[in-house]
Unconditional design. Structure first.
Lengths: 321, 321
């Protein structure tokens, strides 16, 4: 089968053997989405080697554990725990120290014709959710997951920093909980997506000093060191700073401000898929205008190049050749 | 009066006019304690200029607002809000953006014969709390304040990093809530103070990898960048990292680990004095063996030098000349 792989520090479309059943379900991938993490991996983040990609929708081809899923359209939680450790036993396999993560850690990913995942990771996609919507289940779960970590009340003042895919999904998710959401970014075109949904959007250059210390909650989704510094400017004393984006290596940060202002920083990575599918199904979150372009899997390398360009949002791969 | 002052980047004992009543209480200082923050200020932290010192016990000489305190022995909350802003109105003058802080920000401090503070900042010291104990009210309030920010249950596993004054007070405070406290430091003699109180003490070099990811809560009180990295090694996924110590400038930190392990970081600066005085009064926390040495105020410069030496804990100034 074809697979978009990062091996020996090179991104290539390769022909490899289709995965075997093992103890896992085999999924024929329909479409997959390129995430910033894919771009980071290709820059060496996390030292991953193998097939990249972790946002997908596909059809279950085989599954011993959940035969009722065969032929069904699914998305899948990307963390697979060892099943034996204290964390897995406690139901938190997302933090299992021996976990594999689809296309990110120790497990071939979704930019391929087939992938495998434990049957329990799969969720059936509701009929009225399109393939294009379904590939957003993973990033939307991550964005909406914030609401399970931090209380967002109708009056909570929230700033989201970063007008990329993740920041926009965060702003859209949090806007379901509070009317006081401000999305802050550097690109008028990208900000316009949130604006269309009546979310207040502000160019970074216009945000400070006017919005200094105005927010109860700030979500850092820009993936940059300077985003962290901006967050400390925007947040109220004793406010909550949600860190969504990872960036490679060490960051140079004024942590003393966190102590002096008694800020709480909440590291936030994944979220549950079920609420995300609900939001897509009931139309609370509309995502398809976040798609910039679609490429066939065979043009995966070109698609990755495109995804890295300025102003580009979600790039989708069509994996059915 | 004599005052230990840091002005024009120089630490000197100066003779200056005693403070006037203004709208504040005048306190004759009996004893004051040298804090690491004093040492940081002398290294240029916070750009403070004036009389340093913020841990004290004294006698109220004058107070228009609270005449009943005159002649009483007091300690005092060190933050004085503007009284007019949103935060002060909400009762949180500790985070008032225009606040002054005794001996730290815009307000002459406690290493002097007299100081002034708003009357409402003062708390009478219980009769059976000695002067030596009372000067610990401020750092003990800061240490015990953790228990108001993070839930510490009897079974919560807590590591405290840093065997200095603050780390030791944190370990002692948290040991009142949980039996699973481990103090981690670099100095056997300093660790022995916690050990005497039956708190498990471990040399940093022996802590890892054995204690890797073992703790629900980690308190960083070492005041060093490496302490933050150690904290990330010790903490469980989804654990809480309490940042107690400030250090100057930017720190080089692997913040991506906070996102991946979904750590919550809780910045923690001050605490309420009343519970700290209770702990000193009822004997729950014994502090006097944390005092390394006492100097007269007139030898303040020498005392500061001594406080900066390795292995030295609390240095006290006797301000009654």
């Amino acid at each position: 089968m074809k697979a978009l792989r990062f091996t020996n520090n090179q991104l290539k479309l390769e022909g490899i053997a289709a995965p075997e059943l093992k103890n896992e379900a085999v999924v024929r991938v329909l479409k997959s989405g390129i995430c910033n993490t894919d771009l980071e991996i290709v820059r060496g983040y996390a030292g991953f080697s193998g097939t990249i990609g972790h946002e997908f929708v596909g059809i279950v081809e085989k599954s011993d554990a959940r035969p009722e899923l065969i032929g069904k359209r699914v998305v899948g939680e990307i963390n697979a725990g060892c099943g034996a450790c204290e964390l897995c036993a406690g139901g938190d396999s997302r933090h299992c120290p021996n976990r594999t993560v689809l296309g990110i850690q120790g497990r071939d990913g979704a930019h391929a014709e087939f992938l495998t995942l434990p049957g329990e990771n799969l969720l059936e996609v509701p009929r009225n959710v399109s393939n294009e919507q379904a590939i957003f289940a993973e990033p939307l779960a991550a964005a909406y997951g914030i609401t399970e970590q931090v209380e967002i009340a109708p009056e909570t003042r929230v700033a989201v920093i970063g007008d990329g895919k993740l920041g926009t999904l965060c702003a859209m998710s949090l806007a379901l909980k509070s009317a006081n959401i401000v999305l802050i970014g550097k690109h008028i075109e990208k900000l316009s997506i949130a604006k269309k949904r009546n979310i207040e959007s502000v160019l970074l250059q216009d945000a400070l000093p006017g919005l200094n210390r105005r927010f109860d909650v700030v979500v850092e989704a820009s993936g940059s060191e300077s985003g962290f510094a901006t967050a400390l400017d925007l947040i109220k004393p004793r406010g909550k700073l949600v860190l969504k984006s990872t960036f490679q290596g060490k960051a140079n940060l004024e942590m003393w401000r966190v102590v002096v202002d008694e800020i709480t920083i909440v590291g936030s990575r994944c979220g549950r898929f079920a609420p995300a599918l609900d939001l897509l199904e009931n139309g609370s979150i509309e995502v398809t205008d976040l798609i910039s372009e679609e490429f066939p899997l065979s043009k995966g390398v070109e698609a990755m190049r495109r995804a890295a360009e300025k102003g580009v949002l979600k790039v989708v791969l069509n994996c059915v050749e």
